[in-house]
Design a protein around this ligand. Structure first.
Ligand code: ADP
Ligand code: MG
Length: 744
């Protein structure tokens, strides 16, 4: 029995899923797998685990597992459900990659999908769980897709063994045919239960013109107008990234300052400092070049698209900067996935009396979190995504149009509590060119890590795996080839006809080295480095290095808008200090050859030595969150290495000395073994046909040259051969994580 507080019980009763409890539980009882669709906010994530709990699914030996594609959701939902059930976090707990609060009493476990995938490797039958809920299946994250494929096999196996298990797939959209109508996945389609959400009508207002560049400015101006002219109700703005979110938050706070009273500690300390800051317009990056859509810079919209014309605020291309108006304070909060959890939690609390809530978010607010009280949505219609070029391996972040389904999801956020309005900063003609649905992530990224994990699960023919949406066969072949070259798979026979060879290559069994690699929770290239490092005396360095290479963006990006309390002079000093620290960390003499890798190692070492404090990170241009992740990953990798080869006795040394010349040599060899196909050679003088090629490097796969970033310590010496971690296209094709190697 669950002993809920009266106010919680009252709030629950208002949720649409509650009306369907019986239908849902009956379907679960009678079917091994059930699909549940319901609008965001209808109560799926918070309530369905409780239904299962109350029906006794956690009272036997098994517990209830819930997977989330995002860490934010796993953590915040476990807290919310514990609170609703009036139990401790020892009973309703979470596990994400680096941390968790699971105990032996845990009955409901929220986790990221990657965590459950790792558990499948340990126990294919997942015997710990009596039911697994795959949440946010519509997001089509890679791990979610793979888990659904695996569970479609695990559930029948469990039932055959007399250890029954249930699978519940939950989606915020009705588009579930990839799961239900996929014969390979479920031979009998699972029942689909639709929860009718109490959704209030949302009036959609399209812009007449579509700002192609300054959409953040347009979003700012639209929000100012809403705030000045429209009745109370929260505003939710969708932008594409953290830097945009911060810059718009700053402008809004300046326009409608809110001064908290002393006793309210709502964390607005930075406000005064912000007001002092000189008026400085932030130049926004121009994404034009990367917008795929081939529309003219502005399109006229039909007037009859704009219903409710009294609330139609029109376009406002150049209204200029707002004058500060403290009489109508706006309570502005950022929301994005890298934001610290205590900051994220603020969006769920009511805004201070006399203010209007305005949440400036990335697409995390699209489906994973429901913000109460939103009545107005301002949607820039774009999303930032990582793109990989399948052939060259070049990756880049691009801002692209969202799908129609996403745009409608975003609009829906405005109608949760009363009728609302959605302001789209694009025309209806542009909207009609959007793709209907977003592509599954698995079709957009390399799959070498997945293929290795599947081979480790003895799924030899990955092509036959029941993917909800299969990756392309080129992507699968590329993955197998990389794994063969890393020695993770047994090489295929060399003789035979083309066709047979091709087929043989697509079903190579895993090698002992591959097994060792699969034990490390990092991508195959880095796993190889750890597996090799065993034979040498540089394991501790390799662990630190692999941790640093796995955690992205360890340095603060000083090209972004300046941090709040600083003026531009302070900013200049910070950049100078960072450059100085990079030189210091790069070391002298033999360590210089390790280039960017030595800078990473030095940064990790220095940070650990200083106790990994936020202050040290701030002073030295490091991202605190990244450094904490590195710390945890280092611990995790050290344990993994000790499990495989206890004789090494590695430990996390907080006083790691710089590597000796012999160790540097060893690190470079091992790095080369992992990144062997990421070799680049400096453009030779006879190849210098184009001035663009000066100081460029040539890689086997690209016709165009690639470059060392000016911040790289190797950009002065320009060694003849280098290996790089990845190529990132920003203003130029830059190699990241570069290390010099010897020619032979
Ligand atoms: P769904 O999974 O269907 O999108 P949820 O179960 O996440 O729905 O949300 C149900 C309700 O619970 C929403 O109205 C949401 O605002 C509320 N809610 C969720 N998390 C919190 C929280 N941390 N604090 C307060 N309310 C919350
Ligand atoms: Mg949910």
């Amino acid at each position: 029995p669950v002993d809920r507080l009266p106010e919680i019980q009252a709030a629950r009763l208002k949720l649409p899923v509650l009306a369907e409890e019986q239908v849902i539980m009956e379907a679960v009882r009678e079917n091994p797998c059930v699909v549940l669709c319901g609008e965001t906010g209808s109560g799926k994530t918070t309530q369905v685990p409780q239904f299962l709990y109350e029906a006794g699914y956690a009272s036997g030996s098994g517990i209830i597992g819930v997977t989330e594609p995002r860490r934010v959701a796993a953590v915040s939902m476990s807290h919310r459900v514990a609170k609703e059930m009036n139990v401790s976090t020892g009973v309703v707990s979470y596990q994400i990659r680096y941390e968790g609060n699971v105990t032996k009493d845990t009955k409901i476990k929220f986790m990221t999908d990657g965590v459950l995938l790792k558990e499948v490797q340990k126990d294919f039958l997942l015997q710990k769980y009596s039911v697994v809920i795959i949440d946010e299946a519509h997001e089509r994250s890679v791990y979610t897709d793979i888990l659904i494929g695996l569970l479609s096999r695990i559930v029948p196996l469990r039932n055959k063994k007399g250890l029954p298990m249930k699978l519940v797939i939950m989606s915020a959209t009705l588009r579930v045919e990839d799961f239900t109508q996929n014969q390979k996945l479920f031979s009998t389609p699972p029942p689909v239960i639709k929860v009718e959400a109490r959704q209030f009508p949302v009036t959609v207002h399209f812009n007449k013109r579509t700002p192609m560049e300054d959409y953040t400015g347009e979003a700012f101006r639209k929000t100012c107008k809403i705030h000045r002219m429209l009745p109370p109700g929260g505003i939710l703005m969708f932008l594409t990234g953290q830097a945009e979110v911060h810059s718009v938050c700053r402008r809004l706070r300046k326009a409608f300052p809110y001064r908290p009273k002393r006793d309210q500690q709502e964390g607005e300390e930075d406000l005064a400092a912000e007001l002092k800051k000189s008026k400085k317009k932030q130049k926004k990056t121009v994404w034009m070049r990367e917008m795929r859509i081939g529309r003219p810079a502005s399109t006229e919209d039909d007037d009859d698209d704009d219903e409710g014309s009294d609330l139609d605020l029109g376009d406002h291309p150049e209204d200029g900067e707002e004058k500060a108006d403290p009489s109508i304070p706006l309570y502005v909060l950022p929301l994005y996935s890298l934001l610290a959890p205590d900051q994220q939690a603020k969006v769920f609390r009511p805004p201070p009396a006399g203010t209007r809530l305005c949440v400036v978010a990335t697409n995390v607010a699209e489906t994973s979190v429901t913000i109460p009280g939103v009545r107005y949505v301002v949607d820039c219609g774009r999303v930032k995504q990582r793109f990989y070029d399948r052939v060259t391996g070049v990756s880049s972040f691009k801002v692209n149009w969202i799908s129609q389904a996403s745009a409608n999801q975003r609009a829906g956020r405005a109608g949760r509590t009363e009728p609302g309005h959605c302001y789209r900063l694009f025309s209806s003609a542009v909207f009609s060119d959007f793709s209907l649905f977003a592509e599954a992530e698995i079709t957009r990224r390399p799959v070498d890590d997945l293929v290795l994990q599947m081979k480790d699960l003895n799924i030899q023919k990955v092509v036959n795996f029941p993917f909800p949406t299969p990756p392309s066969s080129e992507a699968l072949l590329a993955a197998e080839e990389l794994l063969i070259s890393l020695g993770a798979l047994e090489p295929p026979p060399r003789q035979g006809r083309m066709r047979e060879l091709q087929r043989a290559r697509m079903s190579c069994p895993i090698s002992p080295l591959g097994r060792a690699m699969a034990a490390f929770p990092v991508s195959p290239r880095y796993a190889k480095m750890l597996a090799l490092g065993r034979q040498q005396d540089c394991m501790a360095y390799l662990i630190a290095l692999v941790a640093a290479m796995t955690v992205r963006e360890i340095f603060q990006d000083l090209d972004r808008p300046v941090a709040k309390e600083e003026d531009s002079e302070g900013h200049k000093q910070r950049r100078a200090r960072m450059a100085q620290m990079r030189r210091l960390w790069a070391g002298q003499g033999h360590t210089l050859l390790l280039g960017d890798l030595m800078v990473m190692l030095g940064a990790v070492g220095a940070c650990e030595f200083a106790g990994c404090t936020p202050q040290f990170c701030e002073e030295n241009g490091l991202r605190y969150k990244a450094m904490m992740e590195i710390r945890r990953l280092r611990g995790q990798l050290t344990n993994a290495v000790n499990t495989v080869s206890p004789e090494l006795g590695v430990f996390v040394d907080s006083k790691m000395a710089p590597p000796t010349a012999a160790q540097v040599q060893c690190i470079r060899q091992v790095v080369l073994a992992g990144l062997g196909d990421h070799l680049a050679r400096r453009v030779q003088s006879e190849e210098l046909l184009d001035p663009k090629w000066v100081n460029g490097y040539k890689t086997p796969l690209l016709d165009e040259p690639v470059f060392l970033h000016p911040s790289s310590t190797l950009s002065k010496t320009l060694p003849e051969f280098v290996v790089y971690q990845e190529i990132m296209e920003t203003t130029k094709m830059y190699m990241k994580g570069v290390c010099a190697v010897e020619a032979d």
